[in-house]
Design a protein around this ligand. Structure first.
Ligand code: SIN
Length: 525
């Protein structure tokens, strides 16, 4: 058993930004399921968006964010984050030399889909996440204790006060450990691994969302899943991301005979919103036609995109031929643990930041390069709030002892089958019949009722995947319209009359069969 001021579950950009900015008299413990560098943040090729160009202004970035989010966004969150972006970037840029610069020594600004201005700051060409994360890791002080290979699985609650006071976790040896803290922060990322095609790190399975759900926290907007249009696609498998910055530099999507596929589909063509581009590519693939990124007009491709060049070469793609085969795959979940702008969830003492949280910045679809930005912003905001609170209220259970338990194998489905079914039935194109089939398929495992204390850590991840998949599927069934990252072929249009600014919120009540609540978001327009 340990007692800390702050316990952070996850080690991505939001987690490390928070940990590095907390006062050094606070004891901070970071628990991470794998190795600390195995995160989506570390993999991020795209950059960080901020309106710092001569012709740019945060108000333009706000409009682009709302447009991409199909006006499902929390406008207050959008305005606060986007307005803070230029100073967050300048502040980081002053701390080290990890962003790319032009010949005048100014920050180099790239273009990405659905942005109306060049405003994307990159590091190492296409290694922004790695550069920023290494800086944040090096910035951690002695008050921060990082524990790797620790799977957090159950929030410890003081039920009388509806307060979260700690978390149970298991190490590789399977022994249960209890970590108590005054502030428990979930920053464990999204759920890309629920789908067979994904850009996400292997560990990103929806753990934080499922754990918060089982504890009774409100979970919102889970139907909105972003499929990135261009993952490298070889022999029916995706092999990593081909950044949107490649299209920003002039690559276009073509068929095998070189015909451009985005002409007449959206005014921004290849740089249209991700859901529009992903749906278009998906239609071609479904009809048995391969889609490629034609990169032949990008000069010095390998200098500009060294990581992508390496991924392509490792997979036998000859870049001199100027064509990269691509397919869309799950990339980001816009929904998550519902929080306010500080990161407070609906349970006292429990906070969520980064992709696992939802404060409404992204709405129904996230604008490119707004996610590292969100992590930086939320980590900073929450650090200021906790620093003001001081050490807070540390409560351990009266009896914190742990009885030895035997771990048992539970009957779970083949998780690869689940990923294929999610892709087919709850993926880029959805309909009522498929969503109902998937609800029934997921429901048979009764994943929410399993005793996690007796499960092996690898089974806990699978159980969390099944629970998170059910949240997505059920929300997608409820939302009878198409908007952003949620497309229903049986309801193909936005239905503002019934759905604009309405959210589906799940709140777990074990005794109820129907455990979702449907409420209107109370946001100012
Ligand atoms: C990309 O580089 O295309 C991904 C960036 C992002 O998702 O924001």
């Amino acid at each position: 058993m340990t007692n800390d001021d702050v316990v952070i579950i996850g080690s991505g950009i939001a987690a490390l930004q928070l940990a590095g900015k907390l006062n050094t008299h606070l004891n901070v413990r970071i628990l991470t399921k794998g190795k600390m560098r195995v995160t989506n943040s570390y993999l991020a090729q795209g950059g960080i968006a901020a309106a710092i160009g001569a012709n740019d202004d945060p108000s333009k970035h706000v409009v682009d964010t709302l447009e991409a989010g199909r006006f499902h966004n929390n406008r207050a969150a959008v305005e606060q984050v986007i307005t803070a972006a230029p100073s967050l970037i300048r502040n980081l840029a002053e701390q080290g030399d990890f962003f790319d610069r032009n010949q005048k020594g100014e920050l180099f600004l790239g273009m990405e889909g659905a942005h109306s201005e060049k405003r994307i700051v990159h590091g190492g060409g296409d290694a922004t996440g790695k550069n920023v994360m290494e800086h944040l890791i090096n910035n951690l002080k002695v008050n921060v204790n990082v524990e790797e290979n620790v799977t957090a699985y159950k929030l410890i609650l003081n039920t009388e006060k509806n307060r979260c006071i700690g978390v149970k976790a298991k190490g590789l040896d399977g022994k249960i450990r209890k970590f108590y803290g005054s502030h428990i922060i979930i920053a464990s990322g999204g759920c890309g691994q629920l789908y067979s095609y994904t850009s996400n790190a292997k560990t990103v399975c929806g753990d934080g969302i499922a754990m918060a759900y089982l504890a009774g926290a409100e979970i919102v907007d889970m139907e909105f899943i972003q499929f990135h249009p261009t993952l490298l696609y070889i022999n029916g498998e995706t092999k990593g991301l081909i950044s949107e910055a490649v299209r920003g530099e002039g690559a276009i999507l073509v068929t095998a005979d070189g015909t451009p596929i985005m002409e007449g589909v959206h005014p921004m063509k290849d740089l249209g919103p991700r859901h529009v581009v992903s749906q278009r590519i998906y239609e071609f693939l479904k009809n048995g036609k391969q889609v490629f990124l034609n990169i032949s007009n990008i000069k010095e491709f390998s200098n500009r995109f060294p990581s992508i060049t390496a991924i392509c070469e490792q997979n036998g793609i000859c870049l001199a031929e100027g064509k990269i085969p691509v397919a869309p795959g799950s990339h980001f979940v816009m929904g998550g643990i519902k929080t306010d702008l500080i990161g407070r969830s609906s349970i006292d003492g429990l906070f969520a930041i980064g992709e696992t949280s939802c404060m409404g910045l992204h709405g129904a679809n996230r604008l490119a390069s707004n996610s590292l930005l969100e992590g930086l912003y939320q980590g900073h905001q929450l650090s200021e709030w906790i620093n003001q609170q001081g050490k807070g209220q540390l409560e351990a259970e009266k009896d914190a002892s742990i009885q030895p338990i035997n771990q048992e194998k539970v009957m779970l489905p083949d998780i690869e089958q689940m990923k294929d079914l999610m892709m087919e039935r709850v993926g880029i194109i959805r309909n009522e019949a498929n969503l109902k089939k998937q609800m029934a398929w997921l429901g048979q495992f009764k994943a929410d009722l399993l005793n996690l204390d007796t499960c092996f850590p690898s089974d806990i991840s699978k159980i969390f995947m099944l629970i998170t998949a059910s949240l997505i599927t059920e929300s997608a069934l409820q939302r009878t319209e198409s908007r952003g990252g949620h497309y229903r072929s049986d309801y193909p249009y936005e239905d503002d009359h019934h759905w604009l600014r309405k959210s589906i919120i799940h709140k777990y009540k074990q005794e109820l069969e129907n455990n979702h609540e449907f409420i209107e978001t109370a946001l100012a327009t």
